[in-house]
Design a protein around this ligand. Structure first.
Ligand code: G3H
Ligand code: 13P
Ligand code: ZN
Length: 309
């Protein structure tokens, strides 16, 4: 069933689990995520960035989502714009049937972020669509950055309260130490759970979103490297930290990098082990299975969203 994130977030906040938001770019990824969600009886968010929309084309994307919903009618699914860069992109997605959009004004100053977010909220709400906004800057915390400078990148809890009040956004992405991509930490992984707690105290009814939250699963990195990739020093957020976040008020956890690694590892293995293979189904079938297992592991063992339909 195609839904907004409203009810799934309400349940997640009440029961202390998180919902995985997985980036989609093609049919195999959509199928893998939806098969995992159905098997786990888990709600799920499919999300597409503006570059994913350019790649897959919005019409194809919506038809794939439609097909997935038809195949698994019992699974609550939201289709969400990831990192909407401007009002026009958010509007285009809303007009094409997205049930949720993110407007990412985190690159602007506070007042411009409020203005842009409010503009999207007004349009989205008039169409029954929900809005995720972002406050704080996601960036790798370098070893040598001093505390004062790194503190400036984290979301300020008092500002978060004001931001939500003024914009009316439905959920808020925060910066507590995660970052996008396969190279998140130089040294030990570290998340600021103290800031998360303060934010939750100030806006207890606003679902919190964690971007840049891939684990950069070591087995997948090893598999990629074994079959010819070069990803030295790739590192993400360990499962235990994501589990803690899921139980501490984070409602949505964004995952793209781990799916990219799974698909790439699966494809590479076949191409290296069977140099004569050139039927795409030969390498995309096991690659899709690996994406499915990756999603399933997160739902069952990390986010706690299994059996939450
Ligand atoms: O947070 C960004 C996502 O990983 C999407 O990346 O813009 O390359 O599709 P993309
Ligand atoms: P990762 O790069 O950690 O998978 O983060 C994805 C994300 O935040 C998408 O918005
Ligand atoms: Zn993101």
């Amino acid at each position: 069933m195609l839904v907004t994130t409203k009810d799934m977030f309400e349940k997640s906040m009440k029961e202390g689990f998180a919902i995985g938001a997985f980036n989609v770019n093609n049919m195999e990824i959509v199928q893998a995520i939806m098969d995992a969600a159905a098997e786990n009886k888990s709600p799920v968010i499919l999300q597409a960035s503006s570059s994913a929309i350019k790649y897959a084309r919005i019409g194809y994307l919506m038809k794939m989502v439609e097909a997935a919903v038809e195949e698994h009618p019992e699974v609550p699914v939201a289709i969400h714009l990831d990192h909407g860069p401007d009002f026009e992109t958010a509007k285009m997605c809303i007009d094409h049937g997205f049930t949720s959009v993110m407007i990412d004004g985190s690159k602007y100053d506070f007042e411009e972020n409020v203005r842009l977010t409010k503009q999207v909220v007004d349009y989205a709400h008039s169409k029954g669509v929900v809005v995720e906004a972002e406050l704080g800057k996601l960036a790798g915390i370098e070893d040598d950055v001093n505390v004062a400078a790194s503190d400036a990148m984290y979301t300020d809890p008092a500002q978060a309260e004001e931001f939500v009040k003024r914009t009316g956004c439905d959920s808020l992405a925060i910066a507590i130490g995660t970052s996008h991509g396969a190279y998140k930490f130089k040294g030990e992984a570290k998340l600021r759970f103290d800031i998360l707690k303060e934010i939750k105290e100030r806006i207890p009814n606003t679902p919190i979103v964690l971007h840049g939250a891939s684990t950069v699963i070591p087995e997948l990195v090893e598999m990629c490297n074994k079959y010819g990739a070069e990803l030295p020093g790739a590192k993400g957020v360990p499962d235990e930290m994501l589990k803690q976040a899921s139980e501490s008020g984070v409602s949505k956890i964004n995952v793209d990098t781990d799916l990219r690694l799974a698909l790439t590892a699966g494809i590479r293995k076949v191409l290296v082990e069977e140099p004569s293979a050139f039927d795409p189904r030969k390498y995309l079938t096991p690659a899709r299975e690996l994406v499915k297992q990756t999603v399933s592991h997160k739902m069952k063992d990390v986010f706690g969203s299994s059996n939450k339909i």
